[in-house]
Design a protein around this ligand. Structure first.
Ligand code: REX
Length: 421
């Protein structure tokens, strides 16, 4: 990548972070692109698979009927499962089974859009309205603002799912057009000035889907298929909309109602039309590891584009959570940085992350949702897989955990984390 554009990225990332008003000494240092690009070259601890299982069991203790994780690294693949994938039949969780990956779909959408950028079909810093004339009420909203959740477009799902089960049942079989979803967002006030702050919104990736369809002249499903699924040979991955079923061996999803003690709702079948290019991909743990690993190894994007994608700013004040272009970065207690995404659709919590060199990947699934503690527990698989066995208590004082972050206490999962806006 030419130095000048690298500099531009560095400056713009710092500028955006400064505009977000979220700078602390810790986050400034961590947000630097050089930090994001540098793989932890030396120590690669063996995955602590007993720790992975303990995290899966903790997800179950917190209300998930089942959970599973798959680790892929230079020394091979290890998969673990606990509990059931189907409460009615009692079928055990199966590490090959398919499930709804929710917002991990955003990384698929981002890859497709960034490939179109590489082909000169659109520019990251151009206004969205250049390509979709008159679509957005503010010409200052750029393509990059969508991919970084800095457009200020309100997240229509907050109101939609304010009441969890009634909200879900109202849309379970509905088919929305992109325009209808965007209108739900535009009916609400914008949350920030364009570019001013990170504010997670599904509306951003609805517009990304609209851009993909406008520029390719084809449904987004074709773009995922041609540009990601086929080249990587992801045989258990598909964009499914509006069909409500999950084909083949799959996990059934169970949604927790808001009311304590109310029975779980089987939420497996749904159109996911409320999410589409923000969340309607189905996959399994093997394909997700192939996807995040291949992405990080540069099989889908050029080095310069990958550098832009992994250039991050903080999403909160923890100093450990960041967002790039349709991609999260989590900084783990051992200092290892992992890139990927989390996902939540009714009945399914997903994590899919890889190290920056793409050599180690972990994906995990719990078949429940609306139960933050289960999601947080599932996130413990990342620490166990990428950081290995925790040192004995006597040596934890020398832990490399970022200041203020305990290596033992898992951070709350994304949806439950108070993000700084
Ligand atoms: C919608 C509500 C969650 C789910 C959502 N999902 O925005 C997107 C996603 C596609 O995956 N985002 C996550 C429901 C956060 C991510 O990026 O990791 N919650 C549930 C409620 C709450 O209904 N009242 O938990 O199933």
């Amino acid at each position: 990548m030419p130095l000048s554009s690298h500099r531009r990225l560095t400056v713009s990332a710092a500028l955006i972070a400064a505009l977000a008003g979220a700078l602390t000494p810790v986050t400034t240092a961590s947000a630097a692109p050089t930090a994001s690009a540098a793989p932890a070259a030396t120590r690669t601890p063996a995955p602590d698979m007993a720790g992975v299982v303990a995290a899966l069991e903790s997800a179950m203790a917190n209300g998930a009927p089942g959970a599973m994780a798959r680790y892929s690294g230079p020394d091979g693949t290890r998969a673990r499962a606990v509990g059931v994938r189907d409460r009615e039949s009692g079928a055990a969780m199966d590490t090959r089974a398919r499930f709804r990956i929710g917002s991990v779909s955003k990384t698929f959408s981002s890859v497709v859009l960034l490939q179109l950028v590489e082909e000169g079909r659109l520019k990251l810093d151009a206004p969205v309205n250049r390509y979709l004339e008159g679509l957005l009420p503010d010409d200052r909203i750029t393509v990059r603002h969508l991919l970084t959740h800095r457009s200020g477009l309100a997240d229509y799902t907050d109101a939609m799912f304010d009441q969890t089960v009634p909200g879900f049942e109202a849309v379970r079989n509905r088919v929305f057009s992109y325009r209808e979803l965007l209108d739900l967002s535009l009916a609400e006030p914008r949350t920030t000035e364009p570019g001013a702050a990170y504010k997670y919104s599904n509306a951003n990736f609805v517009v990304v889907g609209m851009l993909i369809e406008k520029l390719t002249g084809r449904p987004v499903a074709d773009a995922y298929q041609r540009r990601v699924i086929k080249p990587l040979g992801l045989r258990d991955t598909a964009y499914v909309h509006p069909d409500t079923r999950i084909k083949g061996t799959h996990v059934r999803g169970y949604l927790h109602p808001d009311e304590a003690g109310a029975p779980l709702v089987d939420s497996t079948e749904q159109t996911v039309s409320w999410a589409q290019s923000a969340g309607a991909v189905i996959s399994n743990t093997a394909d997700l590891n192939t996807f995040t690993g291949a992405l990080m190894r540069g099989r889908l994007l050029s080095p310069a584009t990958l550098e832009a994608m992994t250039t991050v700013t903080p999403t909160d004040a923890t100093g450990t959570r960041f967002y790039g272009l349709g991609l999260r970065r989590y900084d783990l207690s051992c200092g290892t940085q992992v890139y990927g995404h989390t996902g939540t659709v009714q009945g399914f919590y997903t994590y899919a992350f890889s190290t920056r060199d793409g050599r180690r990947s972990l994906s995990a699934l719990a078949n429940t949702s609306n139960r933050g503690s289960a999601n947080t527990a599932l996130g413990g698989t990342l620490e166990a897989a990428f950081c290995g066995k925790k040192p004995a208590p006597a040596s934890t004082a020398r832990s490399t955990a970022p200041s203020g972050v305990s290596a033992d206490a898992p951070l709350p999962a994304e949806r439950d984390l108070p993000e700084r806006h």
